[in-house]
Design a protein around this ligand. Structure first.
Ligand code: NAD
Ligand code: ZN
Length: 248
């Protein structure tokens, strides 16, 4: 692992146009559970029953009670960990341009990154299903479930549920970035949710290096990734940054 950390630091130092693709795993050390993998939410609940738009439309109270309410409490308390901070440092150093994140927790922006594509939307905002009024998540009152807008409509978070489309401008820009970058860092994603998982394929096909950081192998490992640094995102990123700062 030591060798791979040194290699990653060298590869980053030699790159001009780095893009990061992040997933739920990067926020695990900020105490937000992932969906898949060890300790993931899907071990406890069935995604199609709670995270699909049809499920929400059919029974919003149930989805708010079982999934969204807890999620809001967990996300409200979370703060960036060393992996988020490491990516913010990479931007400061002029190495990293953009983060494409599948996360909805806002932790990359809180860490200081300024160009973050929220591929699956954000939990920071909610919108009324009827009048479309937008409201900051911090102003949503969860005393009664589901939370209601003044017009009586039900609030939903501005996240992309399964069964909904990715905002086309996010998809378009992410594809462009993936094909233009010279190095893609893929951190904490199981690379199974489409179309986000396509981005490392596009990067590879366009001649970019792909480096994965994950405690487990993924479908990208050995086929798309140049190498996988096995480990927790926070620990690995802080070692890479220490090494990189020595090189610069
Ligand atoms: P995923 O849940 O499918 O996979 C999580 C991945 O993270 C796994 O590969 C796992 O091995 C890895 N992992 C676990 N601990 C890690 C650590 N400490 N460091 C690095 N990696 C670690 O996540 P996904 O691929 O992002 O897809 C799931 C979907 O779930 C996303 O679309 C996202 O919208 C949503 N989600 C978001 C959050 C969040 O915002 N924090 C949390 C849960 C789910
Ligand atoms: Zn309304």
């Amino acid at each position: 692992m030591e060798d791979l950390i040194k290699k990653a630091a060298k590869d980053l130092a030699a790159s001009k146009d780095v893009v990061a693709l992040t997933g739920a795993g990067i926020s695990v050390e900020s105490k937000i559970p992932p969906f898949r993998g060890k300790g993931g939410l899907w071990e406890k609940i069935d995604p199609m029953e709670y995270a699909h738009i049809d499920a929400f439309n059919k029974n919003p109270t149930k989805v708010w009670n079982v999934l969204l309410k807890d999620m809001k409490e967990i996300i409200d308390k979370a703060i960036p960990n060393d992996a988020h901070k490491g990516l913010a440092r990479l931007e400061e150093l002029g190495i990293l341009k953009t983060i494409i994140t599948q996360n909805i927790d806002g932790l990359h922006q809180m860490a200081g990154n300024t160009d973050v594509i929220e591929f699956h939307g954000t939990y920071a905002w909610h919108r009324c299903m009827d009048c479309k009024n937008r409201c900051k998540s911090s102003r949503i009152d969860l005393t009664n479930i589901p939370p209601l807008c003044d017009c009586g409509g039900i609030y939903r978070p501005e996240v992309v549920f399964f069964g909904e489309i990715i905002p086309p401008e996010h998809l378009w820009r992410s594809r462009q970035l993936a094909s233009d970058c010279d190095l893609m860092l893929v951190i904490g994603t199981s690379a199974t949710v489409q179309p986000a998982a396509l981005m490392p394929h596009i990067a590879k096909e366009s001649g970019s290096k792909v480096i994965e950081i994950n405690p487990e192998e993924t479908p990208l490992t050995e086929s798309i990734s140049d190498y996988l640094i096995l480990g927790k995102a926070g620990e690995v990123m802080s070692s890479i940054i220490t090494e990189l700062e020595r090189l610069l």
